[in-house]
Design a protein around this ligand. Structure first.
Ligand code: PMV
Length: 318
């Protein structure tokens, strides 16, 4: 018996960081996925996990909550898998293999996609019915347990796919009038989401009269961007991304490496570009209708880069 589930990664188009402080955000599921395959394994309660692309091999005992082979740098992922397995009814007699089409620790939602695909695969393997709502909600709990804090954005977008506007906990799917041609550039240094979120909180406490209006501006531009996306107003989408980038810089989560990519993308013809996700390293996105090839080429001269499109396919069995 073999079950495979896959889930997409994501980029945040507007509103990261502000979303942690109750403001809205817009995210897009991208056509790069995580695949989790579960096969029948030994009836021991110990579940072997293989992630060949990262050379990770580990074993998880969900009943005891233990992970072995945890010394490896990239085994953070095993905590999300363990968390998802602990939420399923039967936690033995299986082995797991993960294949990744998303760089990890780059702010592209790999941990949420792994959690979502693991839970979906494990539920099906156990012949347990589970709705998308249950997957999104349970996986958000897992992220909170593993990370300490997380908005429901990543797990929701990975579960449902498409383009999502999140306000507080309300998730609204958006229908963009046009495709969103995006290029992702990612820097080798990973940003630490927890520390960066804390840093923004500290700044806000120190300078409330300065930072609160910035958060309000991000809220306003995210709401304006929602309309621009629905109407397919390319120029406005690009301009709002550039404004969002400036405000994220003011919040202290930008880096020189990201800035370099952001400006290079604009020079190569992107209508807008900004960091995406937590910042402090990680990734940036460039919105480049009609200029994808040029932007991709320029960014690849500096760092890793690839093109992404919207994935309307959320979590699925295959
Ligand atoms: O870099 P990521 O994908 O973990 O995104 C973090 C986005 C934040 O808004 C900074 C945090 C969150 O939980 O929404």
């Amino acid at each position: 018996m073999k079950i495979t589930a896959s889930a997409p990664g994501k980029v945040i188009l507007f509103g990261e960081h502000a979303v942690v402080l109750g403001k809205p955000a817009i995210a897009v599921a991208v056509d790069r996925r995580v695949k989790v395959t579960i096969r029948k394994g030994k009836e021991t309660g110990i579940i072997n996990v293989k992630i060949p692309s990262l050379a990770v091999q580990g074993s998880i005992n969900p009943d005891q909550g233990t992970i072995e082979n945890d010394g490896h740098l990239k085994t953070g992922i095993l905590h999300y898998i363990k968390g998802a397995l602990q939420k399923t009814s039967i936690k033995r007699g299986m082995e797991l293999e993960v294949s990744l089409d998303i760089p990890i620790g780059a702010g592209l939602g790999s941990s949420a996609a792994i959690t979502v695909a693991t839970l979906a695969a494990a539920a099906r393997f156990n012949q347990q019915d589970i709705t998308k709502e249950e997957i999104a909600e349970t996986c958000h709990q897992v992220e909170v347990e593993v990370q300490g804090a997380a908005s429901p954005l990543d797990t929701a977008i990975s579960t449902y796919g498409g383009v999502i506007y999140l306000s507080k906990t309300k998730i609204t799917p958006l229908q963009p009038a046009r495709d969103l041609p995006l290029v992702v550039g990612y820097t080798p240094q990973p940003g630490n989401t927890g520390e960066l979120v804390e840093g923004v909180g500290r700044k806000r406490n120190t300078y409330p009269d300065i930072i609160n209006p910035i958060l309000d501006s991000i809220e306003n531009l995210t709401n304006e961007a929602r309309e621009a996306i629905i109407q397919g107003d390319e120029k406005r989408i690009g301009e709002l991304m550039n404004i969002n980038q400036g405000l994220l810089d003011a919040l202290g989560v930008n880096t020189w490496e990201l800035s370099r990519l952001v400006y290079q993308a604009r020079q190569a013809g992107a209508l807008g570009s900004k960091l995406t996700g937590a910042g402090g390293g990680g990734s940036m996105i460039a919105y480049c209708p009609g200029r994808t090839r040029e932007v991709l080429r320029e960014l690849k001269n500096l760092e890793n880069a690839f093109q992404v499109g919207i994935s309307y396919k959320g979590v699925t069995y295959r």
